[in-house]
Structure formats: structure tokens, C-alpha cells
Design a protein around this ligand. Structure first.
Ligand code: SAH
Length: 221
């Protein structure tokens, strides 16, 4: 990769990224691991070059195919929540999109698994992660409603970056006991970022905050 593009200039520079980190701290992101990784990862490489100068604004941006890259605060917040509740090694992400959240997770967890139902986004994310030499991620082009294609896998954490009104059964099956899942839950009226913890007796549910995500869609595109 062209190193100028990699390092960024002007609105994509390290200084711009440092400003984003200060904003995240003001918004209540306190986990140093999350702040450190977001300070380091060049978010502008995950959006179209024409939008690169806006990559460090605290806003969602279009990534094509009617999808969006999540707002930095949401990426930071979901990552911070996933790091709570003790040690975790593996995380399954539903909705790879541009791969930015995936790249952030790759620095925070030993093993990252991520699935996407739009093949072009899946391919693009694969290329970007390879360019950044991120190797502890496995990507699949498949329907996340069915979970990870190998049903015997159990994950410590699951993150979904698309909104659903019912937690897919396959995901519940693939969350280990004591594990935690974070997703935007759609009541039909509004969306609430929600944490589900799998206990011996079932599922504990904790609403976190109002959000706006694209919907979880069934099948392949
Ligand atoms: N974390 C991503 C978010 C992308 S938006 C980013 O910041 O870029 C949500 C993504 O979920 C979209 O790419 C969409 O195609 C994907 N998605 C929606 N339903 C899905 C499903 N059933 N299985 C896998 N991916 C899905």
C-alpha cells in the first residue's frame, strides 16, 4: 500500500485521529485498550477515498450497497462493553461491513470471526485487513442469522452490527455459558443497544442506549 495513504495527511492524519480520541474520552469511553487501538487504526482506509476526509467525524458514513460504517463512538462503546465481564478470547461479529469494527476487535481479542451477507463488502474487508497485516480474523460470506458456519463453535462474545427484533436462535446456541452478546435490538418502534448475558438459567438482558443501525437481513445478497 502507498505509505502516504497509509499514514494519512491533513484530515486523515494522526493529529486528526488524536482529536477523535479526545472526543471519545469526553463522551465517556474510558477503556485504554479501546482508545489505543482506535488511535492507531487508520479508519480512513475503510471508506471510499472520496469520503476519507470525513472518516474521523463522529458520524456513520455510507460504504455502498445501502450499508454504513458505524459511527466511531458506537464502535468504541460496543468494544468497551465486550471487554467487560472478565477475560474473553473469541468474538463472533455479525455484519463485517467495511471491516473497521473487525479490525478494532482484532487488537482486543485473540480470535475474531466475522460474517457478511454482501459478497463485495466481504471481499473488500478481506483485502483491507490483509493490507493492514491483521491475521487473527476469519471472514465468511454467509447469513449471520445462521451463526458461524461450523455449528459446534462456542464464542465468548458476539457482536451484531445490524438491528434485529428477535435474537437469532443459532447465535444463542453459539454463545458459551457466561458469554455476552451486544446488539441493536429493534422493538418495532425504536432501537436499543442491548447486552445479553447467557447464564445457567437463560438470558439476562440489559438495555444500554438508543441507536440507529441498518436492519439484519435474511439470506445472501
Ligand atoms: N461494522 C460494520 C457495520 C456495517 S452495517 C461497519 O462498521 O462497517 C451492518 C452490516 O451487516 C452490513 O454490511 C450488512 O450487509 C450486514 N448484515 C445484515 N444482515 C446480515 C446477515 N443476516 N448476515 C451477515 N451480515 C449481515
Amino acid at each position: 500500500m502507498n505509505s502516504m495513504r497509509h499514514q494519512g495527511i491533513g484530515m486523515t492524519s494522526q493529529r486528526t485521529r488524536d482529536r477523535l480520541i479526545r472526543r471519545l474520552q469526553e463522551q465517556g469511553i474510558h477503556d485504554e485498550r479501546v482508545l489505543e487501538v482506535m488511535r492507531r487504526i487508520p479508519r480512513h482506509l475503510f471508506v471510499d477515498e472520496a469520503l476519507a476526509h470525513r472518516a474521523y467525524e463522529d458520524t456513520a458514513l455510507p460504504i455502498g450497497y445501502g450499508q454504513t460504517i458505524s459511527q466511531p463512538f458506537i464502535v468504541a462503546h460496543m468494544s468497551q462493553v465486550l471487554l467487560e465481564d472478565g477475560p474473553a478470547n473469541s468474538v463472533l461479529e455479525i455484519g463485517t461491513g467495511c471491516g473497521y469494527q473487525t479490525a478494532v476487535l482484532a487488537s482486543l481479542f485473540a480470535q475474531v470471526y466475522s460474517v457478511e451477507r454482501i459478497e463485495a463488502l466481504h471481499q473488500q474487508a478481506r483485502e483491507r485487513l490483509a493490507e493492514l497485516e491483521i491475521y487473527n480474523v476469519q471472514l465468511r460470506y454467509c447469513d449471520g442469522i445462521e451463526g458461524w458456519p461450523n455449528p459446534s463453535y462456542r464464542f465468548d462474545r458476539i457482536i451484531m452490527t445490524a438491528a434485529c427484533s428477535e435474537v437469532p436462535e443459532a447465535l444463542l446456541q453459539q454463545l458459551r455459558e457466561g458469554g455476552m452478546m451486544v446488539l441493536p435490538f429493534d422493538s418495532g418502534y425504536d432501537q436499543t443497544l442491548t447486552r445479553f448475558t447467557r447464564t445457567r438459567d437463560g438470558l439476562e438482558r440489559e438495555p444500554l442506549e438508543k441507536v440507529a443501525f441498518v436492519p439484519l437481513l435474511p439470506g445472501l445478497d
